[in-house]
Design a protein around this ligand. Structure first.
Ligand code: ATP
Ligand code: MG
Length: 385
């Protein structure tokens, strides 16, 4: 297991998250559709890959990343094309022969810009083609559609088409999920780097997703994180004492695998030069991580989808906390007044910051802090000043 700090991890590089996997698998088995809820970089895509690689034979897994799609039609076309992909089809031959035959019967020349032809029929659109394929799934098999970056797609459609079109897509998804035939045939798992719930609530369409079973992807627990660090060290021929691991984890605090990998990677670089790791070296590695703009800048950029005053309010809150360590609700109220935001708007901004993994009020409902001290320092150095 090398240090991986960009791409989603897969295979032996995936640090197992057994309880979480069991929670997800249980939902899939009972036919529930899932909303994977987690902020950026927590490990959603890696979890989806792991599901693809480990679900039992009765499940036909298809992974689709629709981040680049900007219209409802593009969304359905992308999903359909994924089902037409050679690598995907190859997995079907032995496992789901009826579906395989059906897909094979669609001649590639008849898949065009506007739609797809089945046999002699007139072209039908990609959404209908997808639904039609669902009816060909073999008895006893279930299609699991892993829709990564779905919330970004919805946001793209809101921006490039219209909120009505975005709502239409959400509505269709709900209809497919509620279809009396569909539950036994298909399970959808939605994920995204921006919160689907906040995107959808902005267009007042929450009713279309309230049947989804939300599953939170939390950071690692301390003991699990410890074991993860030891494992990474062992595989990278690094020796670390328990007291140093504890020091490192205390510094990271918000224990997502990504931050652990980032610090580990820097530590390895330093270790090469001096194999005696101590707390000062850990501090140095963390400082180096904080110079890595790419690892943090999305936290700032992501807020740009908020409208003007709300965006400035959100950034101001974070800058305030990065300087003072925390913010009290009374101060939030004053700041909202400064930006002429009514209570409901102010609450929705705070909810977005909580939901998307920036801040929490776990210790005291009236006081908000950063989840991650690393992000706090980065924000202080790069945005607040
Ligand atoms: N189970 C895991 N084991 C080891 N490393 C992990 C794991 N999950 C996540 N990571 C680390 O976090 C990084 C991001 O993982 P991943 O791309 O899966 O997250 P994500 O939530 O999909 O991110 P984004 O919101 O940017 O799409 C990986 O490059 C890796 O460093
Ligand atoms: Mg991802």
């Amino acid at each position: 297991m090398a240090f991986i700090t960009g791409q989603a991890v897969r295979g032996e590089n995936f640090w197992g998250r057994p309880y979480l996997m069991e929670d997800i698998v249980e939902k899939i088995e009972s036919g529930e559709h899932i909303l994977l809820v987690a902020p950026r970089r927590v490990g959603k895509t890696s979890l989806m890959y792991h599901l693809m690689d480990t679900m039992s034979e009765e499940y036909i897994m298809v992974y689709v990343d629709t981040e680049a799609e900007h219209s409802v039609d593009d969304f359905w076309q992308k999903l359909f094309n994924e089902l037409m992909d050679e690598a995907f089809i190859a997995t079907l031959q032995n496992k789901a022969s009826a579906l395989w035959n059906r897909i094979k019967s669609i001649r590639p020349t008849e898949i065009g810009m506007k739609g797809v032809k089945f046999g002699d029929s007139a072209p039908i659109d990609y959404k209908k083609a997808f639904l039609s394929l669902l009816s060909s799934i073999d008895e006893g098999k279930k299609l699991v559609v892993l829709l990564d970056e779905f919330s970004q797609t919805v946001e793209n459609i809101i921006q490039h088409e219209s909120p009505q079109e975005a709502e239409r897509l959400l509505q269709t998804h709900r209809e497919i999920r509620q279809n009396h035939k569909a539950p036994s045939k298909v399970v959808f798992i939605y994920a995204g780097s921006i919160g689907l719930e906040s995107v959808v609530s902005n267009i007042k369409a929450t009713k279309h997703i309230n049947d989804l079973a939300p599953i939170k992807v939390p950071p690692l627990e301390k003991e699990d994180a410890k074991a993860f660090v030891f494992d990474l060290c062992r595989r990278n021929d690094m020796e670390l004492q328990e007291s140093e691991v504890v020091y490192l984890l205390d510094k990271i605090e918000w224990l997502i695998p990504f931050y652990i990998q980032l610090v580990g990677q820097e530590l390895k670089r330093l270790y090469r030069r001096n194999a005696a790791i101590d707390n000062a070296m850990i501090d140095k590695a963390i400082d180096k991580v904080l110079e890595n703009r790419v690892a943090f800048v999305h936290w700032e950029e992501r807020l740009n989808i908020l409208p003007g005053r709300e965006r400035r309010y959100a950034k101001d809150i974070l800058s305030f906390i990065s300087k003072e360590g925390h913010i009290k609700t009374a101060e939030l109220h004053n700041m909202a007044t400064k930006y002429q935001l009514k209570e409901a708007k102010s609450k929705s901004v705070i909810h977005t910051l909580e939901y998307d993994g920036y801040i929490n009020n776990n210790d005291n409902v009236r006081i908000y802090r950063f989840n991650s001290p690393l992000l706090k320092i980065w924000w202080y150095r790069n945005v607040a000043n």
